[in-house]
Design a protein around this ligand. Sequence first.
Ligand code: UT7
Length: 333
Amino acid sequence: MIDITRPIACITGMGSAVPEGRLTNAELEKTLDTTDEWITDRTGIRCRHIARPDESMLSYTLKAAHQAMEQAGVTAADLDGIVFATVTPDRRLPSVACDLQAALGAKPAWAFDLVAACPGWVYALSVAEGMMATGLGETILVVGAEKLSMITDRDDRNTAILFGDGAGAGVLRRVRPGEDRGILATYLGADGDLADLLYIPGGGAADPFTEEVLRERRHYMKMAGREVFKAAVLAMSRSSDEAIRRAGMPPESIDLLVPHQANLRIIEAAAKHAGIPMSKVFCNLDRYGNTSSASIPLALTQAQAEGVLKPGMIVMLAAFGAGFTWGSVVLRW
Ligand code: UT7
């Protein structure tokens, strides 16, 4: 590992938005062989927001981006780049990052999508920090947004209970001399051997869209829930250990853990492993479910709005997801 002098970059504004449509456990009870009690006990989720089929992901992402930029006190002209983490872009080509750049009027900021599933925003934050370190920007918009309802099989109780739609955005800017905040440590990892635990079999270049793909519902996510659960606890534990080690501080120094909002039991197991009490863990999955790359920026925005996340706090972000991918960041807010 190369030694670099940190902090290079800090988050100066956060924003989030979700589509209006809501899907409660009570509604899922009507269409699936499940119960509110089972979903709440096994996952902690009570409700998710679901976009209309004709509602673009960009429409709610724009609200999140504007909110983050307003809080950071920057305009579109100040943006040098946009990193957009998503697995559900509105269309295949060009990137949704370019659509967002145009909608914001942020020309000629560079813009690209990043596919890393649920740790997408953690990956994007790390990539943006690296680009800042190499002189590719002073102010970068880091977005995580999903319309997972488009790849979720509403008839599959294994996945339909978990996922929701949403968007989160953060403005990352270069730390100024004398400022005592910003990213202190990052850690990313992946294990492609575990790809088939959570994947979409059809509709890609290797198995292009056909009537058969649609009929067999191969364009929807398939998940081996129990196996993902086990791999998730390991990945979250490893991520927290490594981020804490790289930050060179004991677990007691972490004031707030903002984990990927997938399942309350995974979060509890990971927090216990890291030696962080649940009183220092921010959770909002009861209201939004798992929104993949939007989950951490959505939680950060809400933690800030609720006064839980305060300036000066040492915050750890930790996430895992399809790939298998995982990652963590420690920062001083
Ligand atoms: O960002 C990454 C995304 N993915 C995840 O984070 C998913 C991680 N995995 C999980 O969150 C959990 O594995 C699930 C919530 C998906 C499932 O919970 P579980 O405690 O692992 O349940 P299970 O799969 O071990 O199933 C236990 C029982 C089974 O019945 P039997 O065989 O014991 O009779 C399932 O058929 O629960 C049944 N079951 C359900 N029952 C009611 C599975 N799904 C449901 C359901 N409602 N929705």
